[in-house]
Design a protein around this ligand. Structure first.
Ligand code: SF4
Length: 352
């Protein structure tokens, strides 16, 4: 590791200017904080955390809409545990459960399908949150629901696609990004080719990285080399898992059931073509099509700066609520809920 750190120091001296690199993967964020990587970098190399946590980027509007559905007669809401504590306008899924709604925590989408099979007189709605890493398993669950003829299984899809969000960040002038540490897990599915617009159109460096401290430091060396040489490209550091073309079978499976749609991201707003919704021929499983959801006036938690944190424009301690009102035990905003959220990672590892 000493050698890698020396290489970073050497390259940073050659650059003689501030370099801004952003990671857009919650697992990277946690690893960076846990291993104290920010603190060992030369002062002119800055790491920023982007919108890499799927729980964090799910907007309050979708939580409110999902809570409306959960409040309808004979509905069971199935969700991943992390979503339970994310605040909606009038409370979280936990609060709704405490008040008597049937909300169940699941660990994989197939569990939601099992609940549907065991409760034929109820409508089971799965809150499908995640990036490209999760969507193949959701598509597989829809396939299974069709195969088994389970009619009472529905999906509320807030699935997000990473590349369009990167383009928004690249167009955020205040960030002055020089490069991305690209997500390892997502890239096992979508491959490296999809990022080629970043060096070609924006002339920014890209490295897809693994998750250990060594991997991330190695990725930083690769990024700095690209910047020193002024030759931006998409490199793969996480070679054991990522191929140029990704996983074509998983991709084919996703698009058998889903199609690309515009999607609302917390703190960023609607990004064109950045989400996935069920295709028309599968709309009988689309909770948004099946339930008549009224217009809901949503509101962000007062004082919460998640939007700015998610775009890398603020660090968590710059939020006035951080560690005072907002803590992992009592989160005021989404970024403090999941362990992969920037605020939670900063709270746990970054305060020393
Ligand atoms: Fe939102 Fe809490 Fe983070 Fe502030 S500290 S930005 S309230 S999650």
């Amino acid at each position: 590791m000493k050698e890698i750190i020396k290489a970073i120091e050497k390259l940073s001296t050659r650059l003689m200017r501030q370099v801004n690199l952003m990671e857009v993967c919650g697992t990277h964020t946690v690893s960076i904080f846990k291993n104290g990587i920010r603190s060992i970098l030369p002062s002119n190399i800055k790491l920023l955390s982007g919108p890499g946590c799927p729980v964090c980027v799910t907007p309050v509007q979708d939580i409110d809409r999902m809570l409306y559905i959960a409040g309808q007669p004979n509905v069971i809401l199935a969700t991943f545990g992390d979503m339970m504590r994310v605040p909606g306008s009038n409370g979280s899924f936990y609060k709704a459960k405490a008040e008597g709604l049937d909300v169940r925590i699941i660990y994989s989408p197939i569990e939601a399908l099992n609940i549907a099979e065991q409760n034929k007189n109820k409508k089971i709605v799965f809150f499908a949150v995640g990036f490209e890493t999760t969507s193949p398993s959701i598509a597989a669950t829809v396939f299974e629901a069709e195969r088994l003829g389970v009619e009472n299984f529905y999906i509320y899809s807030v699935h997000k696609l990473v590349p369009p969000a990167l383009e928004v960040l690249l167009n955020t002038e205040e960030l002055k990004l020089d490069g991305f540490i690209l997500p390892g897990h997502v890239s096992t599915i979508i491959g490296s080719k999809v990022y080629e617009f970043i060096p070609l159109k924006y002339k920014k460096a890209c490295v897809i990285a693994g998750f250990d401290a060594d991997d991330i430091l190695q990725a930083i060396v690769m990024l700095l080399r690209q910047i020193v040489k002024d030759k931006p490209e998409v490199e793969i550091q996480y070679k054991e898992a990522v191929r140029q073309e990704g996983n074509p079978r998983a991709i084919e499976f996703i698009y058998r059931y889903f199609e690309v749609c515009d999607s609302n991201w917390r703190g960023i707003g609607v990004i064109p073509k950045s989400g996935l919704k069920l295709k028309k021929e599968h709309s009988h499983r689309d909770a948004e099509a099946v339930f008549d959801i009224p217009e809901i006036k949503s509101r962000e938690p007062m004082g919460c700066q998640c939007g700015l944190v998610l775009r890398g424009l603020k660090i968590p301690p710059e939020c006035p609520l951080f560690a005072k009102i907002c803590t992992p035990e009592n989160p005021a905003g989404a970024c403090m809920v999941s362990s992969e959220g920037s605020c939670a990672a900063y709270y746990k590892y970054g305060r020393g």
